[in-house]
Design a protein around this ligand. Sequence first.
Ligand code: ZN
Length: 314
Amino acid sequence: MVKSINQLRPKFTTHADGSDAVLYIHELVGEQDGPTIGISAAIHGNENTGSQAILELYRLLKDVPLKGRILLLPVANPYAFAVNERYSTIDKVDLNRQFPGNPKGTYSQQLAHAMTEHYLNVIDVHIDLHSGTDRPTVDYVYIWNDERLSRAFGSKLLYRPVENKQGTVFGGTTKSVTIDTRNIPVAVIELGGGIVDQGPYLKRTVDGVLNMLKTLGAIPGDPWTNPQQIVVNELAGIRPSQGGWLEPLAPANGEIIKGGELLGRVVSPYTFETLEEIPTPFENGVMIMQHLTRNLVHSGDYGFMVGNLEGATD
Ligand SMILES: [Zn+2]
């Protein structure tokens, strides 16, 4: 049992329709002392698989003995979430590039500042849930500063980014607060999305986060033995350069793709011409993100991600 559940609603500004702009945080307080673990989702408003998982986690965790405290932030970016867009329609900037935020800045900068004050600065561990959108489906976990925690989610594929010298590749993300300023353990999950049943991804997200909480000692139970995992250091994002039907040809996420194989092709819905064939970028690659159905894409949309198995480790 948790000792108490509190609904925290810090207000940070007023919307033009007169309503309060607040962060919706659920605070689960355990009977015993321990670290505060933050679990958040939908910082990109069109990545809602994690939000659904947090609803399921809330229903489960409220009846489980808890050590420490959990802060659930199921919808980090409500205005973007409501319209299924990556960015808020108010200022159309990436919330996850605005941290630590600015209380005198644009709406997303104010939101980032409120998240920093009321969430990122008060947690001791951050589990950040991202997903594909209603188009591509993704499946990997970032390794930032706590490999054990990242591995405990149980995904087969993990990615350890090699930052450039200035360290600006992911400038302004939540980790500019959590890692660069505070150096707390962080795991960023990428799982789900696409025009397919999200049920299996939801279940994996819930099970994975529960295993992370066991690994952290926040809830009882022995963590599982992780499946065999692959850590890649290089990830390529491939965007179709033509608009049209994107027809998938790639193997499933987590499967090997060899040089010369096609990820997919773009076919004109109008003339039926093949406008583009999209080859895999590596001799020896592994699928990380793709479209699982024939989707209409714009030129330059998110297409595929492939990990380079050259230099990958267990
Ligand atoms: Zn995201």
